[in-house]
Design a protein around this ligand. Sequence first.
Ligand SMILES: [Zn+2]
Length: 305
Amino acid sequence: MNTTVTAKAEAALEYIAMGFPVIPLCWPAKDGSCGCGRGHQAKEIGKVPLTEHGLKDATQTQAGVNEYWGKWPDANVAIVIPEGYFVLDVDADRGGHESLDIIQEQHGKLPATMSVITGGQGIHLWFRTNGIRNATALAGFSGLDIRGNGGYVVAPPSIHRNGNEYAWVDRRPVAVVPEWLITLRTKKQQPSSNPYKVGQAELILEGQRNQTLASKAGTMRRAGFSSEAIFEALATLNRESCQPPLPDEEVRNIANSVGRYPPVNGSPNGNNTYIYKYIERNIPGLDTDRNKSVAEYQASCGGTC
Ligand SMILES: [Zn+2]
C-alpha cells in the first residue's frame, strides 16, 4: 500500500477536520495540459471532479480521502460548499477586483474572513449565511460570482493550469456575511456589464455605468495603458454608450483610481498587486510592504492567516 501522503491529501484531511467535504479534481501536468489522462481542455484542466458522480461523491471521512488521493495522489483538491456557507468568487480576468472595489466603496468594507488567492490571481472570500444557492453573478457586477450550497471551489495547495498554486491569504474563521451583500445578491439581475462585451451599439444604463467603466479601466491598466490614455478611452465610451453619461469628473476619478495600480508587467510583484490592495483594505494589522511575497505576508500575520 502506498503510504506517501501528498500535500494535497494532507490539505484534504485538514478540510474534512474543519467540517468541509472534499472532492478530487483533475490536475495540470507540468506543461499545463490535463494531467489526469481524460483529455480535459482549457478551463476544465485542474477543475473537473474525477469521481464518477461528481460532487455527489464528496467525502467527509478520512477513509474517503485516503481512497481518493491513494488513487490520484496528485489530484487537485476542491471543497464542496456546505449548507450555511458561500464563497464570493472574485475573477480577475472578468474585472472582479474592480467590482470588489466598487461594492466596498458603495457599501463599506467586507469583514476580514477566510480567504484564498486563486491560481488565476482572483480571490475566494468565505462567508457564513443561510440558504445561498450557487449563482453565476452578483447583481450584474462582472467578475463577482457566488459559489453557494451545491457548488465547489478549488482549494490550496491545488495547482492552476498556468502553474500558480492556490494559496491561503487569511486562515481566520469564516465571517458572517454583511446584510448588504445579501441584498445585492437578491437584487434583480442586470444585463451583463462585462467589459469585453461592450461595443458601440450597446448602451450602458444607469446602475452599470461606474462598474462597466471601472472594469474597462482595469483591463486597460493591466495591459499597460496610462491613466491619461484610460481616461480618453473611458470618456469616449461614456459619451457614446452611457445613458445618461456620467459627469466628466467621475470618469476622471475612475481612470485615476485604476492608474494607482502598477501595470502588471511593470510591477515587481506583477499579478499580486490586486491581492495586496485587498489585504491592505480588508485585513487590518497585516504588514503591507509590497515587496513581500504572498508567503511572507502569510508569515507576518501571527497565525491568523
Ligand atoms: Zn484532466
